[in-house]
Design a binder for this molecule. Structure first.
Ligand code: ADP
Length: 611
């Protein structure tokens, strides 16, 4: 038999020479003749083994209990020399593969591995050994206190995992894998799965293809979602843009900082600048638009508690602000937080025109109504004087006169309210006698009160200080209160008007009281009745406008006075008006003659009147 047909004798010889070298390197220096001889022999034998195998690699594997040469069992482990066994087990080597052309120095390095503290592979690499490859063994289990037992690489992931979990070197492998790129990590794993290099290549290829396919599928489906979202957003944008563009009014969208995000051509025309120039700027930077944006932060209370910044202020008149407020929509995100607002600013100039138109209309309308009413009232009074008091028509005449007075009162209310709203109600304060003011008001209402069978009386505390007030307006205030008392007090009741001095903290005031025995006002309605257009109790059928008390309170407060109410349902009502005492010219406080609106600084009465 040739060496090619039966290489076993060669393998044995090589094993002997190699084992000798392994032992002797521990006893002698590397250049000792004994060592050199063993290495030379080993090298020569490897050459012959390679020749016999046609140049193929030569592998020496230590399986559980056998030594295999090129996969062929040669010896059982118990027959192996310790030096060889130790080399395998200490460095967890499964297979040593010798390629063609191994030199004596390569073999020497392999023998010197025994004394090395680190990894055997690293040592060979350091020595530049390329023709000897070491494949690490995969350990299935560690016997308690015993040596780890190498197994033939199973090539199955489960087994590899089991081994990695149990074997102390697994942590090192995991560490090594973590530091490697994908390709190297795959090579490492494949190397641990099988010693066969072809097989290893196949495993790597297979895993690479699988990985690619799965990655492509995952990226594909993630991208599909993104594409769908993109399409949706594009559609939304186109829709929003076309709605905005086709709107007749100017539309500006701001973010929560008040910076402009979008505006339509109409808004561009109002501001006089294109969006490209204004985008990102604060809406307040635009003089033409600033009049039209309400203080979103203050006016619209967000439930989420996140305000639109206070920088988004409004300027201009209250009317404008109101209009814009109504045309402003708050944009909230999914969590309900305010992220911005859409405002539809109307042309400021046009809005001013409308305001003026409204005021002119009220002034003209009330004037036009009042002149014929004055004539009718005068005519009725002449008729009343001419007819005898006992004539049957006398009652009808009186009713007609009273109704003209009431109509006149309503017209006065509307006019006063309009003047208050536009800031045109002017007061002329002077020092006045409180007794006179009270008497004048009572006298003006006496006829009406007696026609209703009510007892109207007036009294004053002696020695009252003079007050500082617009006399005519103060009389009007008392008339308003007395007329309410007349309206809401049933026949036979009484109305007491009195003037008395303020005490203690209120010493600087004189009090006028209007106390009636009428239906009274429920506690829960007592704040409401001072609001405009609020009527809580049904009084006379032809009741007023609901403006009376709102105007009355505004007139009192604008003169530095106070108005309070004490009442219980069914037990009458007492309204008390405190007016400041006259302190001498120059010492009086300056009243708010023309109520000028300052943004965010509204007084209670401006809010009351919806200004
Ligand atoms: P109006 O012009 O309708 O009288 P006001 O503003 O003067 O409006 O009054 C508002 C409401 O307050 C009245 O409709 C009435 O319900 C209530 N009120 C005012 N004064 C009295 C009073 N002396 N007694 C009972 N209710 C009153």
């Amino acid at each position: 038999m040739t060496e090619a047909q039966d290489p076993k004798p060669l393998w044995f010889s090589f094993l002997k020479a190699f084992t000798r070298a392994l032992t002797q390197i521990n006893l002698y220096k590397p250049d000792h003749p004994q060592v050199r001889q063993a290495l030379d022999e080993g090298q020569a034998l490897l050459g012959r083994i390679s020749d016999a195998a046609g140049g193929a690699d030569f592998s020496v594997t230590l399986d559980n209990d056998k030594l295999l040469m090129n996969g062929t069992p040669l010896l059982t482990a118990d027959k192996l020399p310790n030096s060889l066994k130790n080399l395998y087990t200490r460095f967890r080597i499964q297979t040593i593969t010798f390629s063609r052309g191994v030199t004596g120095d390569d073999l020497l390095a392999l023998c010197q591995v025994q004394a090395y503290k680190g990894e055997a592979r690293d040592f060979l690499k350091e020595k530049g050994v390329e023709r000897i490859k070491l494949n690490e063994a995969v350990y299935a289990k560690v016997e308690a206190g015993g040596q780890p037992q190498p197994v033939q690489a199973p090539g199955q992931a489960g087994a590899v995992q089991a081994a990695a979990a149990a074997e102390p070197g697994a942590a090192k492998v995991a560490e090594a894998l973590a530091a490697q790129d994908l390709q190297s990590a795959l090579s490492t794993l494949a190397g641990r799965a099988t010693a066969d290099q072809d097989e290893q290549r196949k495993i790597i290829e297979l895993l690479t293809v699988k990985f690619k396919q799965e990655l492509e599928a995952a990226v594909g489906s993630a991208l599909a979602e993104v594409r769908r979202e993109k399409k949706k957003i594009e559609n939304d944008m186109v829709r929003t843009e076309s709605v905005m563009t086709s709107m007749a009014g100017g539309v500006v969208v701001v973010d929560r900082e008040g910076k402009i995000l979008m505006m339509n051509p109409e808004a561009e025309a109002i501001s006089g600048k294109p969006l490209a120039e204004l985008s990102g700027r604060k809406i307040m930077d635009l003089s033409q638009l600033e009049n039209q944006v309400v203080s979103l932060a203050k006016e619209i209370k967000p439930e989420s508690g996140t305000d639109i910044t206070k920088d988004v202020e409004r300027a201009g008149s209250t009317g404008l602000a109101e209009t814009v407020k109504r045309s402003t929509a708050i944009i909230q995100n999914e969590e309900g937080k305010i992220v911005g607002a859409v405002s539809v600013p109307t042309d400021a100039a046009k809005l001013k025109e409308f305001e003026q138109l409204q005021q002119d209309f009220i002034a003209n309308m009330t004037h036009e109504l009042r002149s014929p009413l004055t004539s009718i009232k005068a005519a009725l009074e002449i008729l009343g004087r001419e007819s005898s008091p006992s004539a049957p028509s006398r009652g009808i005449l009186n009713t007609a006169i009273r109704n003209t007075e009431r109509l006149n009162g309503i017209i006065t209310d509307i006019l006063d309210f309009s003047k208050l709203q536009s800031g045109k109600l002017v007061f002329h304060p002077e020092d006045a006698q409180p007794e006179e003011v009270a008497k004048e008001a009572v006298e003006a209402m006496r006829a009406w009160a007696s026609s209703k069978g009510l007892n109207l009386s007036v009294s004053s505390e002696p020695g009252l200080q003079r007050i500082y007030a617009d006399r005519r307006r103060t009389v009007q205030v008392l008339i308003n209160l007395i007329s309410n008392s007349i309206k809401f007090t049933p026949q036979g009741g009484s109305i007491k008007v009195s003037a008395d001095a303020g005490r203690d903290a209120m010493a600087g005031y004189v009090f006028f009281s209007v106390a009636d025995t009428g239906c009274g006002i429920k506690k829960e309605d007592q704040d409401k009745i001072f609001e405009k257009f609020v009527q809580v109790a049904a009084g006379e059928k032809a009741g007023g406008t609901g403006l009376g008390l709102a105007i009355t309170k505004a007139m009192i407060v604008l003169q530095g006075g106070k108005l309070s109410l004490e009442s219980e349902a069914g037990r009458g009502a007492t309204f008390r008006v405190a007016m400041p005492v006259f302190k001498g010219q120059g010492d009086q406080p300056v009243f708010e003659q023309v109520p000028e609106m300052k943004p965010g600084n509204k007084s209670w009465w401006q809010k009351l009147l919806g200004m």
